[in-house]
Design a protein around this ligand. Structure first.
Ligand SMILES: O=C(O)C1=C[C@@H](OP(=O)(O)O)[C@@H](O)[C@H](O)C1
Ligand SMILES: C=C(OP(=O)(O)O)C(=O)O
Length: 428
């Protein structure tokens, strides 16, 4: 692919039916649970992307071989029953938050020295709260970059167990990592959340995927406390992965922006993925939403600005921001200070790029206030952030001349995004 792509505006209302690739979050959880299981699991509908590649390569290096078939969408692996076969490993995890957080916890079950590192941006994404929690559970773990950032080194002698307090205001992935590995600890583990817990639907997803692999742990209803007895292995199984709801959001938003409708198959309101709630926000903005048992269709309507606390669905901020440019009245998004620690500082990056497109944007500490104005073409920086590229490309479906730089950054979760978007928009 070239270093930039100029989006062709859509000349007619959308009439798209799309099945996005498999969920990143479910693929990487299912891989971890299968890796810790006794027996052979087969995962179908898996995502093939940078974030799942680094998870698969790392599991291979840890001595848990993952076989790939059906162009990588079927993954077969024999779990190690809660052990880590390799006694030493250097893991390169790119810029995958799920992979580094889940595997830092997983390697603490091993007996050996494991080092986890990634791209320069990953060395700026904090993981100290997770490392602190592991230390409280008796693990020798350290961060090598200032501010509690990777590389992480774990010198494992098995995860002893005990009580740990973990902060949840930067990322829920620390807790998800602990939850998936703690059943295999030598002794009982109790985790207490200190303060606010962001991105809560992802923690519920973790508990559901664990349950699907045969492990139910005690979780307080307010997600403030978790307990597992230790010494438990997951059960291997066949497991079907849902399409990615965050990826689906771009097609629903395209219908909101261009008009017409986008149906996403394979998702429903009972999805494990909290991001399906983006359709509720689109509905508040004036779209019509048809929720079926195996699909959700969004039809565009006259758009109005909204006020939304998006703490639980923070990956959807860029999607809603793109739609907000076409609405009547301002849109205020709050509750997403944690978006400053993702692939880039997503609050500051969005403010910069939305202003280039003509919007009036006030940057808040924990969000943005977007006041739409006359839109204009712009060359959009993507900050090596797939969601900057995928969301702001949607603006180009209405505004001629929107050029997206470094479009291949979508490979993090959606390598064929631009082909699928052009097809859906009828501009292929
Ligand atoms: O657990 C997960 O699968 C994820 C949790 C969220 O991160 P935070 O918990 O850091 O907000 C989300 O942004 C990320 O894309 C995937
Ligand atoms: C924040 C994201 O990813 P991660 O934290 O898993 O790197 C994302 O996919 O938007």
């Amino acid at each position: 692919m070239t270093d930039s792509i100029t989006i062709t505006p859509s000349s007619a209302p959308l009439q798209a039916t799309v099945t996005p690739p498999g969920s990143k979050s479910i693929t990487n959880r299912a891989l971890v649970c299968a890796a810790l299981a006794r027996g052979t699991s087969e995962l179908t509908g898996a995502l093939v992307s940078d974030d799942t590649r680094v998870m698969i390569d790392s599991l291979n290096r840890l001595g848990i071989a993952v076989q790939e078939s059906n162009q990588g969408t079927t993954l077969t692996l024999e779990g190690a029953g809660g052990n880590v076969p390799a006694e030493a490993a250097e893991l390169f995890i790119g810029n995958s938050g799920t992979t580094i957080r889940f595997l830092t916890a997983l390697v603490s079950l091993g007996r050996g020295t494991y080092r986890l590192d990634g791209v320069p941006r990953m060395r700026e994404r904090p993981i100290g709260d997770l490392v602190d929690a592991l230390v409280q559970l008796g693990v020798d773990a350290t961060c090598e970059s200032p501010g509690g950032c990777p590389p992480v080194v774990v010198r494992g002698t098995g995860l002893p167990g005990g009580k740990a307090t973990v902060r949840g205001n930067i990322s829920s992935q620390y807790l998800s990592g602990l939850l998936m590995s703690m059943p295999a600890a030598a002794g009982a583990v109790e985790i207490i959340i200190d303060g606010q817990l962001v991105s809560q639907p992802y923690v519920k997803m973790t508990l559901e995927v664990m349950k699907a692999f045969g492990v139910s742990i005690h979780a307080a209803e307010d997600l403030g406390l978790f307990r597992a007895p230790g010494g438990t292995a997951y059960e291997a199984r066949q497991y079907a992965i849902e399409p990615d709801a965050s990826a689906a959001s771009y097609f629903w938003a395209a219908a909101a922006i261009v008009g017409g409708s986008a149906t996403v198959s394979g998702l429903s309101t009972s999805s494990l993925q909290g991001d399906v709630a983006v359709v509720d926000l689109l509905e508040q903005m004036g779209c019509k939403v048809d929720r079926q048992a195996d699909s959700i269709c969004v039809t565009g309507g006259k758009l109005r600005g909204i006020t939304a606390d998006m703490n639980a669905v923070s990956d959807m901020v860029q999607t809603i921001a793109a739609v907000a440019l076409f609405a009547e009245g301002p849109t205020e998004i709050t509750g997403v200070a944690h978006n400053r620690h993702k692939e880039t500082d997503r609050i500051s990056a969005l403010a910069t790029e939305l202003r280039k497109l003509g919007a009036n944007v006030e940057e808040l500490e924990d969000g943005l206030r977007i006041t739409p104005q006359q839109l204009r073409s712009a060359v959009i920086e993507t900050y090596d952030d797939h969601r900057m590229a995928m969301s702001l490309a949607l603006v180009g479906l209405r505004v001629p001349g929107v050029e997206i730089l470094d479009p291949h950054c979508t490979a993090k979760t959606y390598p064929n995004y631009f082909q699928d978007l052009c097809r859906a928009a009828g501009t292929a």
